[in-house]
Ligand binder design. Sequence first.
Ligand code: NAD
Length: 321
Amino acid sequence: MTGLHAVVTGGAGFLGSHLCERLVHLNASVTCMDNFLTGSPGNVEHLMGRPGFRVMECDLTGFVHVPGPVDLVLHFASSASPADYLRHPIETLKAGSLGTLHALGLAREKDARFVLASTSEVYGDPLEHPQRESYWGNVNPVGPRSVYDEAKRFAESLTTAYRESRGVDTAIVRIFNTYGPRMRPHDGRAIPTFIRQALTGEPFTVAGDGTQTRSICYVDDTVSGVLALASSDFAGPVNIGNPVEMSVLELAETIRRLTRSCSPIRFVERPVDDPDVRRPDTSLAVRRLGWRPQIDPETGLLRTIAWFERELRGTDAAAVS
Ligand code: NAD
């Protein structure tokens, strides 16, 4: 990646900030574009001053201009946690539609490769398990989650149209649940919620009876998969995720054990259209990108817990002073 200029939209968010960090380490120039709706400048503060790194405050749904040549556009701007996209439904639809249109326009103008961050949510509540890229999905188009799911399905369609009718060199990555440092303790996703509850002595809130399954991928693995796709000539769509599947209750119990928490588990109402199962078939990523996840869930969770311990201590300290 040495000498290459990458634009990361949503670069101040959880995944985007890890992408920026890895690209900087690989000696790329990086422009992080973000409107800070759910991300924060603090996520990339440690990269400020590094050669070739810059942050542009910009809303992708409006006019987008980046001076000079660009080699790669990684389009990650969009709310991703259900709590965020239910709070910002129109913004989420606009990020997936107008935001993707403008990011594709930038890639076309600069003759850059374009990677769309799509999601396992395009499979909805899947009727096929594990999910292969050939599965078309089972999405409720008027359910509360549709603002995210349908925005991403539209974004995939738009990306494909730009590839086929405008000749843009595009790729689509379908990312499955990713976790790690820099998730917000209150972003509503299961892992940060359980870790926060464990560390603050609150009860674990498990949705439904907790038998619904998820497959969790540590952020470093997801970033490697995204960059393997970016460096290839493959258009995808390709699943990137860790195929180790566990129930949400098992996840809560694992976090309780790893944090040595005594918090009880409380069962709460399950969100509407919450998928019953989630597991990627990653054989295409293995075959086409030579990618497979390296970090097992316990190792990744321990790293994430250590980060949250530091964060929550910092927050307490700030609140006291
Ligand atoms: P995040 O909320 O932490 O990051 C999203 C970033 O996009 C934020 O910094 C936000 O401020 C920015 N943003 C939103 N709308 C914008 C706009 N109109 N203009 C400019 N910036 C905007 O979420 P995340 O978990 O880091 O997810 C990043 C991307 O990866 C999203 O596209 C998401 O759909 C995709 N993804 C994430 C996961 C996951 O498990 N984290 C799974 C599948 C797909």
